[in-house]
Design a protein around this ligand. Sequence first.
Ligand code: AMP
Ligand code: ZN
Length: 426
Amino acid sequence: MSRDEMRALQGKRLRETVERVYANTPFYRKKMQEMGIMPEDIQTVDDIVKLPFTVKTDLRDQYPFGLFASPMSEIVRMHASSGTTGKPVVAGYTRKDLGIWSEVLARTFSAGGCDSRDIFHIAFGYGLFTGGLGAHSGAERIGASVIPISSGNTEKQIQLMTDFGSTVLCCTPSYALYLAESIHKKGLQDKLKLRVGFFGAEPWTEEMRHEIEEKLRLKAFDIYGLTEIIGPGVSYNCSCQNGMHINEDHFLPEIVDPETLQPVAPGQVGELVFTTITKEGMPLLRYRTKDLTRLVYEPCECGRTNVRMEKIMGRSDDMLIIRGVNVFPTQIESVLLEFAEAAPHYHLYVDRVNNTDTFEVHVEMRPEFFSDNMSRMLDLKKRISARIQSVLGISAEVKLVEPNSIPRSEGKARRVTDKRNVYANK
Ligand code: AMP
Ligand code: ZN
């Protein structure tokens, strides 16, 4: 589809969505009325800037069903994302929404070279979290054989994966690493038939991708999404593994400056915003994801014409401000994985002592490099600190910790402990 054809389709679907929410969602009708906008003011994709933004607190304020645009009799599924504080964010799906969801995931898996001959090991959590059931429906849609193992019980995961000959693994990148490590400990790597992995639900770096690909001997694809928009499958890597193609016939992306909320210049980094343009159950207008990335409109070598988003740098609310410097955990991850001695397991501790921010980076050593040779360890610490200083412009106290001492994650990893007052860094 050409860009012009895509924009025409998006414009038509945007109009339909705006009419739908104006008619069915009092929350949006009121917002639009307050702004003096009528549905007919929205004719093309360019008119999107006239529409109100939606933020996570709107979903919490409308808890549980205030943003649903379909009667409950048409809602066939609900999911929720808990976050760390407050009420969960709820999403409702009609039968048509579930069909679209499985379709965008089927695209994701096909783009990764998977088909009905594959055996999908789905180790995303099943339940209210969208990862498990989302990936499940896409894998069934391409006719693959699906193992709905869900998360946890790593021993069992490895047993079934080797016995059943799973060819595809779906989970968070941090859990993929944990599984890889456990498989290596058991010496079972030669028993694996995995060839492809779809990993997402949390930020991860290119360095982490290489690590996972090498350890599990598969090709690792990034898969992005969020509960509010649909779940996983909003965007996906093609075989070029260079940015994620957005399913923009369903989810219309924008990048805005998180401070001014104005669109950024093409190609600039900013906050990713989505408008769902085909959803019935819970359509959202200009939802601010807090995820930071940029859009790439240049054609992709794979031939797909839909726009790409770069790997997520981090969430604006994950960004630490340490002594005035903005730091994303993914930047630290990139630096650490430059060092052969460092395992891809780390934890960041931030605190404030005597009005000064303290910043400790705990990094786990790879067993083969861990030693009680103090001068060698000291030298490594210095080299890592110097690299953090030169890449991020901030000094950090590096602590090298023993192999296996940093807790492993079965779902989304928690890599930061910030003990400062909340107002100090938000
Ligand atoms: P949830 O709705 O609880 O699944 O969380 C969605 C959030 O997870 C997104 O807004 C992102 O911050 C993060 N996320 C999901 N997929 C990815 C990915 N592939 N890369 C980076 N972050 C991701
Ligand atoms: Zn591509």
